[in-house]
Write a protein that binds this ligand. Structure first.
Ligand code: GRF
Length: 202
């Protein structure tokens, strides 16, 4: 299967996916393209360094979010992409994009959804005072951080945590569940039934 990774920054989840493919923990998949809306995203530079097709698409060249997304979709089509992985892609995507890649776009979010959607999920968790938080891989639908949940992993919140220490603990689990989720999907192990994602037994 051919993956696209869309990112805007550091790209640690992208690197975890890349490594999982190299290590054989994701089978039947290759990263066909990495797209960033930020020219200087660390993740994009890494992708370029390792020889992947790595493209900066400048939002300033488009008059609307839909025009930007149409351009992205054209590129994804031309690359025959099977699965789009959002990995710290800091843009809301339009219904045009979602419909063009229906049930083929996934995202990672640093909380146990439906708690703490949106920005700064780790800070939200700390401020709320939860004792357990975590991360979620989900299909992308029209609402932010809302689509059917594929995998989740919990982590404890400690009394002396700050945003940084908590984010780091969550990120370690992100780097495990994102590749796991991708491996399930590309090997046709997941089925969406309404809001529920069923993992088929082999
Ligand atoms: C991660 O915390 C992810 O859950 C969120 O954005 C962050 C991206 O980090 N969607 P990285 O660029 O993958 O290092």
């Amino acid at each position: 299967k051919r993956l696209a990774v869309l990112l805007s920054g550091r790209g640690s989840n992208f690197k975890a996916i890349y490594k999982a493919i190299q290590d054989g923990n994701i089978t039947n998949a290759e990263i066909a393209i990495v797209i960033s809306n930020k020219a200087d995203a660390k993740g994009l530079l890494f992708a370029r360094d390792v020889g992947l097709d790595a493209r900066f698409i400048d939002p300033a060249s488009f008059s609307s979010r839909e025009d930007f997304d149409k351009h992205v979709v054209n590129i994804l089509n031309s690359k025959q992409i099977d699965l789009v992985c959002l990995a710290g892609f800091m843009r809301l995507i339009t219904s045009y994009f979602i419909n063009a890649y229906k049930d083929k776009i996934i995202n990672i979010h640093p909380s146990l959804l439906p708690s703490f959607p949106g920005l700064n999920a780790q800070k939200q968790a700390l401020e709320y005072g939860v004792k357990i938080t975590g991360c979620t891989v989900h299909f992308v639908d029209e609402k932010v951080d809302h689509g059917p949940i594929i995998l989740q992993r919990a982590v404890p919140v400690f009394d002396d945590d700050d945003v940084e220490s908590l984010s780091e603990r969550i990120l370690k689990e992100e780097h495990k569940i994102y590749p796991e989720a991708i491996n399930l999907i590309v090997n046709d192990k997941v089925e969406i039934k309404g809001r529920r994602v069923i993992v088929k037994k082999s």
